[in-house]
Design a protein around this ligand. Structure first.
Ligand SMILES: O=C([O-])CC(=O)C(=O)O
Ligand SMILES: [Mg+2]
Length: 580
């Protein structure tokens, strides 16, 4: 179906209506529209109000016994009545985000091959699966996808692409990683109003090295191990070429690739493709933003901070580089001076140049050369040696910030900054409750997955933990990027997005010492992030969009972002909207 006016005399309109998850809105369709669309008899005669339709969906959601059941229900809803799904999500963001996204999306990915057929009507694609054995058939694959679209004119403008090799902190999940691009793109729609018809989840099936899946009879991916690097990079190259040939100027988000590949792909493509890496740049920006606000609360000079990272994968190094820029841009340090504020550690201890093992390439940048032969083998030793003001966890090791570690941070600092950022919550380095209990409630805290609020025993004081998840950045960044159409995404644009997020706290949020705004304000925050990104794209001379080029100031850019956000249908008038 196209945006052309509907030919109401053509009975085939019924077929489209019944099968289109975007157009078909089920029981709210008013009687006169049902008559026009030849839907009489295909629905029970009662016409729902929008409120009742949503209340029924919420009721069904809440009776589901497990979070995975809720995930399956919501996926089905999205794939059969998309407008209702997004209404429900937007009206219940705090309840539903943890189901369609971290942490439950992690549980869903672990089970993806077991639940996939129950997420959508048979044959309806939830995204594109590209097998490494199909590299000669990429044109056929993209053509098939275009033919499957409800509205072929509305080609994808944004894709999230993974090869499933490092899904959250869960490891190599192979084709089961598809849940992540699907979840991320749902947040692009909910949090920043990207048009859901123009989002494309892609899972590259390059095999898996996880034995459990290779032996699982129900696994739906290729039963082969992953290729060597040379073949991997050549395969991704082919996909990038075909993808951008079929969908020119599509915005490409790399997601959950194993660390080495993540850095190399970003390095390889960032100067000639319209792309960014969410785990390196998105997580980096969101933590930078929380860190800017944490520094304001910690009460010591920014340049006196000493930052210890536990975990040195794509997210760890990405975040450290982003924080480094803060010291350079805001405090005038040289790169070398800024770098010295950071210590990184991994499973083998503090990362130093003379540790005696061969460091992975991405770890070399922050490896210390001023340790005078000192090596620390475990986290507690490292803390004693570094005396950090901030401890940031991105190692996916549950509980590694234990009582002893947290006690030590509290002994060293009046207001220790502790960010256990690994996802999902089961992989977090500590819980909010642990962090409070073992620091005399003095901790400045943010985690990757939301933890429950904590009431200090014997008081009425309840603290809400910050959620330093890249969901505060990537949707607004994607909105800004699809509007400004920059040639490339520059570091300064990512920095501008982070600063906009830090500045987006309102007075009420500041009064509670929040590091991040309330999730319920995510659309407002995304407008701030999008406008800042457009502004910086103009300043960097990379914005190609003529409208954005013509907008005189940030207020006009904000307005432009706001009016371009897609929202689900909430009135009967817009049920067939522009198509009448
Ligand atoms: O998906 C999330 O919650 C954040 C993220 O990118 C990751 O942990 O890889
Ligand atoms: Mg990720």
């Amino acid at each position: 179906m196209t945006n052309d006016p509907i030919d109401f005399d053509d009975q085939s309109v019924v077929h489209h209506w019944v099968h289109s998850s975007f157009d078909n809105q089920g029981t709210v369709v008013p009687a006169e529209v049902r008559t026009k669309l030849h839907l009489k008899g295909l629905l029970p005669p009662g016409v729902d109000s929008f409120e009742n339709q949503e209340a029924r969906a919420l009721e069904q959601l809440r009776v589901k016994k497990t979070d995975l059941d809720k995930y399956i229900f919501l996926a089905w809803l999205k794939n059969t009545n998309l407008q209702l799904f997004y209404r429900l999500l937007l009206d219940n963001l705090e309840e539903i985000t943890p189901i369609i996204y971290t942490p439950t999306v992690g549980a869903a990915c672990l089970q993806y091959s077991h639940i996939l057929p129950f997420l959508a009507p048979p044959g309806q694609p939830d995204g594109l699966f590209i097998s490494i054995n199909d590299l000669d058939n990429l044109d056929e694959i993209f053509t098939n996808y275009k033919a499957s679209l409800d509205e072929p004119a509305l080609t994808p403008q944004i894709t999230v692409i993974t090869d499933g090799s490092r899904i959250l902190g869960l490891g190599d999940l192979g084709v089961n990683g598809m849940g992540i691009p699907v979840g991320k793109l749902q947040l692009y729609v909910a949090a920043a109003g990207l048009d859901p018809r123009r989002t494309l989840p892609i899972c590259l099936d390059f095999g898996t090295n996880t034995d459990k899946y290779l032996k699982d009879d129900l696994y739906l991916g290729l039963r082969q191990t992953r290729p060597a690097d040379e073949q991997f990079y050549a395969a991704v190259d082919k996909v990038m070429t075909a993808l951008t040939r079929h969908f020119p100027h599509i915005f490409i988000q790399f997601e959950d690739f194993s660390s080495e590949h993540a850095f190399e792909l970003l390095h390889k493509y960032r100067d000639n493709y319209f792309c960014f890496n969410d785990d390196i740049q998105g997580t980096g920006a969101v933590i930078l933003s929380g860190f800017i606000n944490a520094i304001k609360q910690a009460g010591i000079e920014a340049t006196d901070h000493r930052i210890l990272f536990h975990g040195a994968g794509s997210a760890g190094v990405g975040v450290a580089k982003q924080l480094m820029e803060y010291f350079v841009i805001e405090h005038g340090l040289t790169e070398e001076e800024a770098k010295k504020k950071f210590w990184l550690s991994d499973s083998k201890g503090l990362i130093t140049l003379d540790r005696g093992d061969k460091l992975a390439q991405h770890k070399v940048f922050f490896a210390r050369n001023d340790n005078h032969g000192h090596q620390s083998k475990n986290l507690l030793d490292t803390i004693d040696y570094v005396k950090p003001t901030a401890l940031i966890g991105l190692c996916a090791q549950s509980g590694v910030f234990d009582k002893a570690v947290l006690n030590r941070m509290a002994a060293l600092n009046q207001k220790p900054i502790v960010f256990p950022l690994s996802n999902p919550s089961a992989n977090a380095e500590c819980t909010f409750e642990d962090a409070m209990v073992h620091t005399d409630n003095r901790v400045i805290f943010a985690s990757g997955t939301a933890f429950p609020a904590y009431t200090i025993p014997g008081t009425n004081e309840t603290r809400v933990p910050g959620q330093g998840n890249n969901m505060y950045i990537f949707p607004g960044l994607g909105l800004g990027a699809t509007l400004a159409k920059p040639r490339v995404i520059t570091d300064t644009m990512i920095y501008a997005a982070a600063r906009a997020l830090a500045n987006s706290l309102n007075e009420e949020e500041k009064s509670h010492s929040f590091l991040y705004p309330r999730l319920t304000r995510i659309r407002e925050v995304s407008v701030d992030v999008a406008a800042a990104l457009c502004r910086q794209a103009l300043d960097d001379n990379v914005a190609l969009d003529k409208v954005v080029q013509s907008l005189p100031n940030s207020t006009a850019l904000r307005e432009h972002a706001k009016v371009n956000m897609w929202s689900p249908v909430r009135t009967t008038d817009s049920i067939i909207g522009s198509k009448i």
